[in-house]
Structures are given as C-alpha cells and as structure tokens.
Write a protein that binds this ligand. Structure first.
Ligand code: NAD
Length: 279
C-alpha cells in the first residue's frame, strides 16, 4: 500500500465559489493562509485579514491574485469591535458584499491552572470567542440586508467558525483555550438555530493536529511527532490544506443542507484512540 504523506493537492474545483466574496481572519499564517488561498483557487474574491505581519498578508494576496480573482489585505484585531465593524464596512465598499466568513483567528496562552493569569485567560477568550462573535455579527448584518442572490449561492451567507477538537477533548494546561473552543461550539449552534430561517448557514470545523506555528513544539522534532501520531489513528499530522479543503466544501452549495454541524477534520483524533487496544 502506498502511503500518502500529506494532504492531497490539486483537488479544489476552480469555479465552485465563483463570484462569492469571502473574509478569512488570521489569514497570513497556518490554517487561515491555506484557507484564503483555497477559497481564491475555488473562484472567490478574498479579504485576507491579519493583525501583524503585513508582508505575509501581501504574499497571500499575491498568490490569490494569481487565480484571476480579487484579493485585499486588511489589518484588524478581531477582538476590537470598532476594527471589526470598519473591516466589514470596507469589504462591502470594495467587494460589494460578503458571502462567506471564516472566523479563523485564534491563539494560545498556555499555563498550569494556578499559574494562569487573568490576562492570559482574558486574551484567549477575547480573540478566540469574542472575536468570532464580533465578525459573525457584522457579517450577518450584511447577509440579512442583501438576502439570497440565487445566481451566487442558495444561501444568504455562510459562517464557518474555526473551532478545535478541544471543544470536545479536555486539555490540561490550556483551560483558557479549551473554554474558548467550548464556547465557540455553543455560539455556533445557537447562531445556526437563530439564523437558519434567514437562509444563513453557520457551521464549524474542528481541526485536530495541524502543522502550523501555533503548535510547532508538538511536531517539530521526530520524538514529538512520534508521540503526537499515537493520538491520530490515520497516522499523519494534518496539513493546513486539509482544513482549507473542508472550508471550501462547507462554504459551497454542495453542502447547502449542512447547518449547525461541527466537521471534525482530525485523522480520527476524537475516536478515543487509546481504546483501540485497551478498555
Ligand atoms: P497560526 O498561529 O498559524 O494562525 C493564527 C492566526 O490568527 C495568525 O495569523 C494570527 O496573527 C491571527 N491572530 C491572532 N490574534 C488575532 C487577532 N486579535 N486579530 C486577528 N488575527 C489574529 O495558527 P493556526 O494553527 O493556523 O490557527 C488557526 C485557527 O485554527 C485557530 O483558531 C486555532 O485555534 C485553530 N486550530 C488550530 C489547530 C492546529 O493544530 N494548528 C488545531 C485546532 C484548531
């Protein structure tokens, strides 16, 4: 049997999201970057949000422009209400509207529980949870204003929340992060219930272990990677493109009846692999 070492490449159909306008937050690194590029490859115009690192954001814009679609870098801190409001306003001015929001920006501030400062707790909640709330709220206002445009999509809008397997799996030493992702799950499901009658689809993706800067220490030495693979039945660490493919699919009309679901993209990490031989 041949072993596939990474995410399959070249599998995104070029016109799946033609004419749609997408915003990806935290899009100059890791999952957000691959997702912004994937959406552009699928034919969407893309706003590449970043909070620091304009150079990387411009590189993403350049790569997306190569697909013959429009792309624009926009600096905003997703935890700041005025900046999020201004970002969506600017997107609507430049692109006319927004069809797809990928609320991806996120960070970790790890510490053992009794050493975790209030600042570490608050920062993670502010970016990972409040940031998604603010972006979803402002995007939804535009979805509701515009309504469905059948030539573009069956839905008035699509929101994809970037969650984590840690909305389900407790994670010692990361109580702020796990709590933020647990919050994302219930926020996503509540928004999905509230907004579905308006034909707005809200869903989440829960990545497992994906090779990005956020978790470098978990995979960047052979010993660390070996330990990590014990947690992954599919026996490969994920690539950012694995998540980009899931986002493109969920955002497209192929998934028009998928509402309020979390898609775990984790190589089976949430299958309790410790029970494969025990229990
Ligand atoms: P990353 O560190 O490469 O990317 C995170 C991005 O978010 C960066 O571009 C960063 O600048 C941006 N960001 C941070 N604070 C921001 C703010 N206030 N405003 C705007 N942007 C901000 O990490 P990643 O792995 O690509 O993470 C992306 C998302 O995926 C996060 O929500 C993370 O929790 C989630 N996730 C990642 C993994 C993984 O294994 N890598 C697993 C599960 C979930």
């Amino acid at each position: 049997m041949s072993v596939i070492q990474g995410a399959p490449r070249g599998v995104i159909p070029g016109h799946l999201l033609k004419g749609q306008k997408a915003l990806v937050t935290g899009a100059n690194s890791g999952i957000g970057k691959a997702t912004a590029i994937g959406l552009g490859r699928a034919g969407a115009d893309v706003v590449v949000n970043y909070v620091a690192g304009r150079g990387e954001a411009e590189q993403v814009v350049e790569e997306i422009s190569g697909f013959g679609v429009r792309a624009m870098a926009y600096e905003a801190d997703v935890s700041q209400e005025d900046q999020v409001v201004a970002m969506i306003e600017r997107m609507v001015q430049e692109f006319g509207t927004i069809d797809i929001l990928v609320a991806n920006a996120g960070l970790q501030r790890d510490a053992p529980f009794t050493e975790m400062t209030t600042a570490q707790w608050q920062k993670v909640l502010d970016v990972n949870l409040t940031g998604q709330f603010l972006c979803a709220r402002e995007a939804t206002k535009e979805f509701l204003r515009r309504g469905v445009v059948p030539e573009v999509s069956h839905a008035a809008g699509k929101i994809i929340c970037m969650s984590s397997v840690h909305q389900l799996i407790p994670w010692a030493g990361h109580v702020n992060y796990a709590a933020s992702k647990g919050g994302v799950q219930m926020m996503m499901e509540t928004l999905a219930q509230e907004l579905a009658p308006h034909r707005i689809r809200v869903n989440a993706i829960a990545p497992g272990a994906i090779r990005t800067p956020i978790n470098r220490s978990a995979w960047d030495t052979p010993d660390a990677e070996k330990d990590l693979l014990q947690l992954i039945p599919y026996r490969r660490v994920g690539d950012p493109e694995d998540i980009a493919h899931a986002v493109v699919g969920l955002a497209s009309d192929l998934m028009d009846y998928v509402v309020g679901t979390t898609l775990y993209v984790d190589g089976g990490m949430t299958l309790f692999p410790g029970f494969a031989t025990g229990g």
